[in-house]
Design a protein around this ligand. Structure first.
Ligand code: NAD
Length: 470
């Protein structure tokens, strides 16, 4: 049994609570690690360490050190890919092939941002110059769905920009984030620049979001938690970035290439067991091709392999018993509200253990039903039928979320016109789920505030200073 402490000020340190919590493999329900249960006082120690490293060392000015640390951390990740991917799969349940891909993505991400650790300034005219300066101490609060990658989306731009950071992973999946503490230390990261504290969101996360010692909170997680974080962050008017939930519309136009659109739609909803903020959880089909499309959709869905992520199936378990219960509850809502269950709709028995939910499709879903409105964050698809394009756009926008969506059509110009009318931060055409590191990512409406990735992502970790000569 592995035992993890907290990573604070460049070393493993016991929580003042002296308590631990168990981390469970969702495929087998076995305990795989015990992790220190941080208290508010531990979070305060981490904030003090990050504050000290920002205020009293040259980290924020030392561009070459930042470039070097990010580059070396990427190298160490690549060298350790087998162990880290295995750990990620045990912790989260995802197929090992994807876990490996995410370790590589994380390494590439660190490399990409290492190149951006450069002084940034803009001369406006003879008198005015704009300087971009680090904000200070950042709290990065992240969810459980793609743990290592979500952690890197906070760490890489925050450190490249010259900030220090306290990372708070989800208690469901804290292991690879904790590993990052030591990896960065081995990469030459000075003490206190990167700290990792585990524990309850309402305790440790709330301390980080509310503390006057923290200058920015960068959050990824559910919309209701995001709202609470906004309230907590108001105490000292923190800079905030929120990446919250979604209920994305995946719109098939009449002239879509059928086979490609079916395969893409299966991937859109069932990738990572539907536990992706951008999941294409509402499939919008035109009446004219509905029957043929659904027949193929059912066939492809029923051919997905499901099992322990270590065997690299198409789909692993969902992350926890709570998430499984939530998925099953929404399946019941779907049936009660009158939707037609096409496939799935149950817990799967795979070796008698584990949190496996069958890939589930509901047809004849009305836009007012709970399965059409709420983010389920599991392998449950709602299919809605439309008569004309105006109706498709209206249904797609009839949601409090605005994270992403897709349009499938042979006519890309037409598809782009439709994409422009959807109120969402990312729209794909004839593809799904891509998030290139140079392209801004984030949500409209209750899906969030601010953008991650690319230059906008870096700038969200920088203050803007205007210096004017008289
Ligand atoms: P969550 O909101 O329950 O938790 C996210 C993080 O916030 C965890 O680390 C948790 O401990 C912490 N937290 C919880 N309560 C807190 C509080 N009161 N104060 C401070 N921190 C607190 O989300 P989850 O269940 O871990 O993840 C699923 C959600 O994440 C989904 O809604 C999904 O859409 C969203 N998500 C969004 C994106 C995106 O980029 N938009 C990406 C991945 C996941």
């Amino acid at each position: 049994m592995t035992r993890y402490k907290l990573w604070i000020n460049g070393e493993w340190t016991e929580s003042e609570s002296e308590n631990t919590f168990s981390v469970i493999n969702p495929a087998t329900e076995e305990v795989i690690a015990d992790v220190a249960y941080a208290k508010r006082s531990d979070a305060k120690r981490a904030i003090d360490a990050a504050r000290d490293a920002f205020d009293n060392t040259d980290w924020s000015q030392n561009y070459s050190l930042r470039r070097e640390v990010l580059r070396k951390a990427a190298k160490l990740l690549r060298e350790d890919i087998d162990r880290l991917a295995h750990l990620e799969t045990l912790d989260n349940g995802m197929p090992i092939g994807w876990a490996r891909r995410f370790v590589l993505d994380t390494a590439e991400f660190f490399e990409y941002f290492s190149e951006m650790a450069e002084p940034l300034e803009e001369r406006l005219d003879d008198r005015s110059t704009v300087y971009y300066e680090p904000i200070g101490v950042v709290a990065g609060i992240v969810p459980w769905n793609i743990p290592l990658k979500m952690a890197s989306w906070k760490i890489a731009p925050a450190l490249a920009a010259g900030n220090t950071i306290i990372l708070k992973p989800s208690s469901q999946t804290p292991l690879t984030a904790l590993e990052l503490g030591e990896i960065f230390h081995r990469a030459g990261c000075p003490r206190g620049v990167l700290n990792v504290t585990t524990g309850k969101g309402r305790v440790v996360g709330a301390e980080l979001a509310g503390s006057a010692g923290v200058d920015k909170v960068a959050f990824t997680g559910g919309t209701e938690t995001g709202k609470e974080i906004m309230r907590l962050a108001s105490g000292n008017i923190k800079n905030i970035t929120l990446e919250c939930g979604g209920k994305s519309a995946n719109i098939i136009l009449e002239d879509a290439e059928m086979q490609k659109a079916v395969t893409g739609s299966v991937f859109a909803i069932f990738f990572n067991s539907g536990q992706v903020c951008t999941a294409g959880s509402r499939l919008l089909l035109p009446e004219s091709i509905h029957d043929e499309f659904m027949e193929q959709m059912k066939k492809e869905t029923e051919s997905l392999t499901i099992g322990n992520g270590i065997a690299d199936p198409d789909m692993g378990p969902v992350v926890s018993s709570e998430q499984m219960e939530k998925d099953l509850r929404y399946i019941e809502y779907g049936i009660k509200d009158g939707a037609e269950l096409v496939t799935g709709g149950e817990r799967l028995d795979i070796g008698g253990r584990g949190f496996f939910v069958a890939p589930t499709i509901f047809d004849s879903v009305d836009p007012t039903m709970r399965i059409a409105r709420d983010e389920i964050f599991g392998p449950v698809l709602s299919v809605l039928t439309y008569n004309d394009e105006a109706e498709a756009i209206e249904i797609a926008n009839d949601t409090r979320y605005g994270l992403s969506g897709a349009v499938w059509s042979k006519d890309v110009v037409h598809a782009r016109r439709v994409a422009r009318r959807i109120r969402a931060g990312t729209m794909w055409i004839n593809t799904y789920h891509g998030a290139p590191k140079h392209a801004p990512f984030g949500g409209y409406k209750e899906s969030g505030i601010g953008r991650e990735l690319g230059t906008p992502g870096l700038k969200s970790y920088l203050e803007v200073k205007h210096v004017m000569i008289g």
